[in-house]
Design a protein around this ligand. Sequence first.
Ligand SMILES: Cc1ncc(COP(=O)(O)O)c(C=O)c1O
Length: 438
Amino acid sequence: MLARKREAEPLAAGGVSDLEERLRELQAAGLHRRLRTVEGPQGPRIVLDGRPVLLLCSDDYLGLAADGRVRDGAARAALRWGAGAGASRLVSGTMALHGELERRLAAFKGTEAALLFGSGYLANLGVVGALAGRDGVVLSDELNHASIVDGCRLSRAEVVVFRHRDVEHLGWELARRRGRQALVVTDSVFSMDGDVAPLAELVEVARRHGARLAVDDAHGTGCVGPGGRGAVHAAGVQDEVDVVVGTLGKALGAYGAFAACSGVVARYLMNTARSLIFSTALPPPVAGAALAALELLVEEPERVVRLQANARVLRDALAHEGFAAPDSATQIVPLVAGHPERASRMCELALEEGVFAQAIHPPIVPRGTSRLRLSVMATHDAGELREAARVLGRAARRAGVPLPAAEPPAAGSASVAGEPPGAGSPPAAPPPPAARAA
Ligand SMILES: Cc1ncc(COP(=O)(O)O)c(C=O)c1O
């Protein structure tokens, strides 16, 4: 994050603006980003900035974004319905195609209804904002995705951040607010760590305290649970969660998102979720692509099995290289490097050997935990994942990233490379925690 806040200034003498100065600060902190260009469709192998690489950081987990049937679904919808929806859902933007996709999504998730949103970001803004209530309280896991954090901020409700996956802490905060309208919100599969929320326990605590529960299943949908139905199904609590948000832009290879919920909640969201009311409906080609992808997922659940098997292959190969084995089995595998420069160096070194896994820095992840966030695809093959692990092992060693399983750190040393112990991580013992803004 930037060191300090500044007043907006006009161009200073010599033509250097406050914005350029802030960009230099980001550069000095190793946090400056640039865009890399992919030449062609998503796939296990792509051409990146002119160089062929193995892609190990796409959320197109099932390889559907470039699938022929999905492309065909998009093309047919474009020809039949046009390029754009023309208006918001509540004005003239709702087409029969949207209704059909919503019915299929509801059937897939086993809910009464599903409501489309323009993206996962917009879905979380809308769902959290609408269900939190201005006088209510929303309780959010500290590692929730930024779209949930922003939904909390926009809701104008009281926001309480509970420790990551800490159900006891959540219960403690809920008990302190007895009698208030409360919404608990969590990622299912956490986007940067790949670990999974304790959904059954969250359901139990939320029910005990009369709170609603919303789960963002962006990285669970299509990836975990029976037939890829998601982490909520995997936990067996699909009938107990008030709203499940799923995205269409990750495992389903298209774009957009949906809230799967009861008919009443869907009607409530349609009438109150500002990101739905004030935004143009999903473009028909995107809805057509999502419909085709959903059909493929239902017809070919073996894609999900392949994804899960590939996740195991990569995790085992990384453990063989000495990387710490993260405590989960999903398709998202974080390799925490610590200091931003070290993560970026590791990324560049791996790229030189033809493996692309983008370095992720604060504010996307907590300070001191810059990392390569690897994501597996069902379309990778086991051989290339094992070779990628060897490349990443070499890159980590050359970048000076300690490999904990290969050489255990000395007692009392920092848990994260290049940072003092505890930097960027939550305190271990839970003293009564104070509410803070997300
Ligand atoms: C957990 C989570 N929720 C929501 C989103 C936003 O989804 P979308 O990309 O469709 O806006 C993301 C995107 O990365 C995510 O990781």
